[in-house]
Design a binder for this molecule. Structure first.
Ligand code: AHM
Ligand code: MG
Length: 331
């Protein structure tokens, strides 16, 4: 029987093949895998460990934090700051960026992370996830980090990925040469390559949006959803978990589009550019899909604020392009 490739072996092989994948990035990705296993362990036994429910605190977005949100944030921060490769971290759960060591003078990389996405699903045993993006620092090594190290366009990412804590736990990532997925074997505590070269199917027929928001959406979104609904005989279906990583992952495998649009009372939608939208946009484009907001490519957008929100439409090319036609007709 041939031996399956582990996540660690795969990133080491990648380092040899691509000169831009440095030893530091290999170590950083390995650390993310380790933190993911620790968080996975707690997610799996959350009902037993007494860590379900509110933590009694709110994050920078004034959203109630779950105990597991806090646990995941603390775990990723502890592991990422202990390694030598990270200079600074921006977390959805923390107002200010974290500068590692002495003002982030050492370390080559910046990490932006949503440690536990889909918090509203934590208490009800529905899949949740971690989303991360990695970029190089802009200021020279030895100098303190500035906001420009954090506020970079999505095209500057050197790697991004997600961990899905689902019926099985998966880690999916890209370094810009395709998307690969690894499944955790809990018996041996290793992620094994299970989904090499992930691509969206040619044609997607799933649409994923919080339907209750439709009356607050702009005309292009209303018209697009209407068209999807009119095409159920052609196989169109709606699927919405309300957990971005899970909705994105399903759409990547079965073919679909995820929408969190601009709303009358929330013109920027809900999702965060740096922690959620751009890392998944990098994966989407590497898998043959597309990701846009109301003005164009998500990856080309340069953030102005660490916690900036953007309307988000991501998934199969055929569906995002169909949506784009309604957007263009409106302009
Ligand atoms: P969170 O980061 O607070 O968990 O919010 C993000 C989540 C996404 O995972 C999900 O797609 C979306 O919020 C669901 O929002 P809504 O309940 O408005 O449909
Ligand atoms: Mg989130």
């Amino acid at each position: 029987m041939s031996k399956a490739t582990t996540f660690g072996e795969f990133i080491m092989d990648g380092q040899a093949e691509f000169p831009f994948v440095s030893g530091q990035l290999t170590r950083l990705l390995t650390d993310i895998g380790v933190a993911a296993k620790i968080v996975n362990h707690q997610v799996n036994r959350a009902g037993l460990a007494g860590i379900l429910g509110d933590a009694g605190s709110t994050n920078i977005q004034d959203e109630t934090q779950q105990k597991l949100d806090v646990f995941a944030d603390v775990t990723f921060m502890r592991i990422l700051t202990a390694g030598k490769s990270v200079a600074g971290i921006g977390s959805e759960e923390q107002e200010e960026p974290i500068l590692c060591g002495d003002l982030g003078k050492a370390g080559k990389y910046i990490v932006l992370i949503d440690p536990l996405d889909g918090s509203s699903n934590v208490d009800v045993n529905v899949s949740i996830g971690t989303i991360f993006r990695i970029q190089r620092r802009k200021t020279p090594m030895g100098e303190p980090l500035t906001k420009h190290d954090f506020l970079q366009a999505g095209t500057e990412q050197v790697a991004s990925g997600y961990v899905l804590y689902g019926s099985s736990t998966m880690l999916v990532y890209t370094t810009g040469s395709g998307v690969n997925g690894f499944t955790l074997d809990p018996a041996v505590g290793e992620f094994f390559l299970s989904h090499p070269g992930m691509k969206f199917p040619e044609i997607g027929k799933i649409y994923s949006m919080n339907d209750a928001l439709l009356s607050k959406c702009s005309t292009p979104t209303k018209l697009f959803i209407e068209e999807c609904r009119e095409n159920t005989d052609a196989g169109f279906i709606a699927r919405y978990i309300g957990s971005l990583v899970s909705d994105f992952h399903r759409n990547l495998i079965h073919g679909g589009i995820y929408l969190y649009p601009s709303l009358k009372d929330k013109p920027e939608g809900k999702l965060r550019l740096l922690y959620e939208c751009s890392p998944l946009a990098f994966i989407a484009e590497q898998a043959g899909g597309l990701a846009i907001d109301d003005h164009g490519s998500i990856l080309e957008k340069t953030p102005t604020d660490l916690h900036q929100r953007v309307p988000y439409y991501v998934g199969n090319k055929n569906l995002v392009e169909a949506f784009l036609k309604f957007q263009q007709a409106e302009k």
